[in-house]
Ligand binder design. Structure first.
Ligand SMILES: C[S@@+](CC[C@H](N)C(=O)[O-])C[C@H]1O[C@@H](n2cnc3c(N)ncnc32)[C@H](O)[C@@H]1O
Length: 423
């Protein structure tokens, strides 16, 4: 008797797929569709089928490999996401029992990734100040983190920080109803759940943004016993928005989360930061690097409670999957060792710093730019965000003012800096 493995999906359940075994593929599909006979709209179709030698063994090994991705109550149901689906197929095809592929759904054509080149400010006829003012007004939150940037940063930390921990991704839809908006954070932790020895992963679907499926706010919870969907009606009182500041998200943050990891909406950076800081939780998040010299962040830098992570993040994906530039940086309260960015700091005697990069403002405060730092200057001086994220506060300097310092030169206000001083 021939043995087959299959992956099947119901059209009205895009978050799930079933992985099973049968001796008759046609009959099995009929059985599935008979189950939903009353609903003509909910049609099951195969996504993948293949012949194997020992289907029982493949099934057993699949369960072991993807333990966090099975639905908690029905072990045949797996979490569906196009990248995870590919992982399932790759696993089955690499299994020693695999004989031959029979069917694999064709890929939906990918949107081309176009690198957007940003014209220079000069070419656009605008000043830096115009741009900053405009940027403040633009509330474009749909900048998605690239998988490789998450992998690059998380890969540097000691793996033990994740051991038996609950990770909360509170601005991260794990579902790819609309693949363009799926969070790579969710995908990263789903794929590395076992490797990092996580206890639990909770990802929220925010319903007030672009919610094509009117799904309402949801939270997806993954443990080694499988996944569950917490949603309105069943688990939450009506009105759960999935927002990071929804009372129920705050409850998850307070009562369940050990580590928060996400790239929150840039336009709500201040509100997000306040909630995160008040929670006292460990975190690893992406934020606009300029935030490190804003009043919301500075006090925490002064207190030595937060610092920059290892990497900057310059490129994001917009919903069209185009690569767009933005100045992101990782921020964390996990220990950062041998910071590679120290090499950017140019700590020299004041007289050795090129004239071009040092000047005094109208209040006679020294301003140094371009990562130059005077080692023999005892008074406070102003620096941009770059030395802060490159680790100058770990090199014998401290921030001495808990608000931004705005230098004036010939009466003209310059962009905000941090006022630092040699200890
Ligand atoms: C900068 S994007 C990053 C998305 C994802 N974390 C990533 O790294 O790719 C911010 C996301 O937060 C969502 N968002 C906006 N306001 C939110 C809120 N109040 N609570 C939770 N998510 C929110 C946006 O719709 C957007 O998908």
């Amino acid at each position: 008797m021939r043995q087959y493995m299959y992956i099947v999906q119901a059209s009205l359940e895009p978050v799930k797929c079933k992985i099973g075994r049968t001796e008759n593929l046609q009959r099995r599909l009929k059985e599935y569709n008979a189950l939903t006979g009353k609903s003509k709209d909910n049609i099951y179709r195969y996504l993948f089928t293949c012949e194997v030698k020992d289907a029982g063994q493949v099934e057993k090994d699949l369960k072991k490999k993807f333990l966090n991705l099975r639905e908690e109550k029905s072990k045949k149901i797996y979490f569906y996401h196009s990248s995870l689906f590919k992982d399932y197929v790759v696993f089955i095809k690499a299994h020693e029992s695999f004989l031959k592929e029979i069917f694999l759904k064709s890929e939906t054509p990918k949107v081309k990734v176009v690198k957007k080149t940003t014209p220079t400010l000069e070419a656009r006829g605008i000043s830096r100040k115009d741009l900053l003012q405009k940027a403040r007004k633009v509330k474009n939150d749909e900048f998605y983190t690239r998988y490789e940037d998450i992998e690059k940063e998380i890969g540097i930390y000691d793996k033990n920080i994740w051991h038996s921990k609950t990770v909360f991704c509170n601005c991260d839809d794990p579902v790819d109803n609309d693949e363009k908006r799926t969070s790579a954070f969710a995908l990263y932790f789903l794929r590395n759940f076992e490797n990092l020895k996580l206890k639990k992963l909770i990802c929220t679907h925010y319903s007030k943004g672009v919610d094509l499926f009117n799904a309402g706010g949801k939270a997806y919870v993954f443990t080694k016993d499988g996944f569950t969907e917490r949603h309105e009606r069943k688990d939450f009182p009506a009105g759960f928005s999935g927002s990071f500041d929804d009372p129920l998200s705050l409850k998850i943050l307070r009562e369940e989360a050990d580590i928060v990891c996400t790239n929150p909406p840039f336009s709500k950076a201040k509100e997000y930061w306040k909630i995160l800081m008040e929670s006292g939780k460990k975190f690893l998040i992406i934020s606009n690097q300029i935030n490190a010299v804003t009043p919301a962040y500075i006090p925490y830098f002064i207190a030595g409670k937060v610092w920059a992570g290892y990497n900057r993040v310059d490129w994001f994906l917009n919903p069209k999957k185009e690569i767009v530039k933005a100045s992101g940086y990782w921020f964390t309260n996990f220990s950062v060792k041998d910071r590679p960015k120290y090499k950017n700091l140019k700590i020299l005697k004041l007289k050795e710093i090129p004239e071009h990069y040092k000047r005094f403002d109208d209040a006679h405060t020294l301003i140094v730019d371009h990562n130059y730092i005077p080692e023999d200057y005892e008074k406070p001086f102003a620096v941009s965000v770059y030395p802060i994220v490159s680790g100058i506060l770990e090199k014998g300097y401290r921030i001495i003012q808990d608000t931004q310092y705005f230098p004036y030169i010939n009466g003209k206000r310059c962009f905000g800096r941090a006022l630092i001083q040699k200890i």
